[in-house]
Ligand binder design. Structure first.
Ligand SMILES: O=C(O)CCC(=O)C1=CC=C[C@@H](O)[C@@H]1C(=O)O
Ligand SMILES: [Mg+2]
Length: 368
């Protein structure tokens, strides 16, 4: 397979609600879409999940554009590819920039699946017909609003609730939620807001039967997470600390976590995501698929990955209508009773809507 044309688009879409974390609020989601065409005119799609500011990782929409335009697209365009795994090899000389790598690799995976006439989920080795989904709720203005939102998401069928915590907004919050919802599957994401000095606080959380606590400590730490995991019974889930297969291997060796949140963009693409999935399975760790407030193309990639068998915990891939008035794919991603049906059509199984995309595009460049 050879890619003979790539179109790079920068989109900006307003979310229905501001997503608030300890780092601030985001309401306009900017992201890149990669459209790759092969010599037969087939099209594959990828989405970059980098945000417009570097708070989650060092990458941004602009750094991704630069990496793709100046280095990655030239390395892949007109290069003979026998399998999507080879994209990573061609880009290996470029350090990090995982989200940019993932965007172009994702387009090649979609294209390759279409060429083989199989769904992306099947091509990756997934066998589920439907996947279980949970929902991630950002910081809210008041306790009442948070409780109401949890109730409405439970009513919609979501299989687990994830809330954000930070120092001063943790024990009481979870205590209150547990008062109203004593047994729901509940987890807390700290986005590395704590240090080992807060160990007494984190230990207190043990009594609330959380499914896990996500990334309590520093984004570049594994050693302290291992110390913490020894002291608490709540499973630690790592997010920001895991960028590669090697990170996952080290975390497992150190017992730094019991669960890993795999985000395709954070680990540099589907090939690496699958390797981490397999490694966790061999070592008895559960995984789930995290979200990056994706539009439809990124969401479709998450669904395909989650069809792999060791994604045994509900992911953050909520339905399109949770985020968008109108998503950029047809049909939109629909959640029914907490499940998404894994598409069986070739490739990602959703068709990007060019008209809608055009409406939100603020920059476009074609590479031949
Ligand atoms: O896509 C979703 O709905 C999940 C969003 C979400 O929880 C996150 C997205 C990006 C950064 C974080 O705030 C958080 C996470 O860390 O998982
Ligand atoms: Mg997280």
């Amino acid at each position: 397979m050879k890619i003979i044309q790539i179109t790079l688009r920068h989109l900006k879409m307003r979310m229905k609600f501001p997503f608030v974390t300890s780092f601030g609020a985001m309401q306009d989601k900017e992201f890149l879409v990669v459209e790759a065409m092969d010599q037969n005119g087939r099209i594959g799609w990828g989405e970059s999940v980098a945000f417009d500011t570097p708070w989650y990782t060092e990458e941004t929409v602009k750094t991704n554009w630069h990496m793709l335009e100046d280095f990655m697209i030239p390395a892949i365009l007109h290069t003979k590819l026998h399998h999507p795994d080879e994209v990573g090899q061609h880009l290996a000389y470029i350090r990090k920039n995982n989200m940019a790598k993932s965007a172009i690799e994702g387009a090649v995976w979609d294209l390759f699946a279409k060429e083989k006439r199989v769904s992306l989920a099947k091509l990756l080795g997934g066998n589920k017909e439907k996947i279980e989904v949970g929902i991630s709720i950002g910081l809210q203005q008041s306790m009442d609003e948070l409780l109401q939102l949890i109730q409405s998401k439970l009513n919609e069928g979501y299989k687990r609730i994830k809330i954000k915590i930070k120092p001063g907004y943790d024990i009481q919050l979870i205590q209150e939620i547990r008062k109203h919802f004593p047994t729901i599957p509940l987890m807390a994401d700290a986005n590395s807001a704590y240090s080992l000095e807060d160990i007494h606080l984190i230990k207190e959380l043990d009594q609330y039967n959380l499914m896990m606590i996500e990334q309590p400590l520093s984004v570049d730490d594994l050693i302290d997470h291992a110390k913490l995991q020894k002291e608490i019974s709540t499973p630690i889930c790592l997010d920001e600390s895991i960028h590669t297969y090697t990170d996952a291997r080290t975390a497992i060796k150190l017992n730094a976590c019991k669960i890993i949140n795999i985000k395709i963009g954070r680990v540099g693409g589907l090939s690496e995501a699958k390797k981490i999935h397999d490694l966790c399975m061999e070592n008895g760790l559960a995984v789930w698929c995290g979200g990056m407030l994706e539009a439809g193309i990124g969401r479709a990639h998450n669904i395909a990955l989650t069809a792999l068998s060791n994604f045994t915990l509900p992911g953050d891939t909520a339905g399109s209508s949770h985020y968008w008035e109108q998503d950029i794919i047809q049909p939109e991603v629909i959640v029914e009773n907490g499940y998404i049906a894994v598409p069986t059509a070739a490739g990602i199984g959703y068709e990007p809507n060019r008209k809608t995309m055009e409406q939100f595009t603020i920059r476009e460049k074609i590479f031949t």
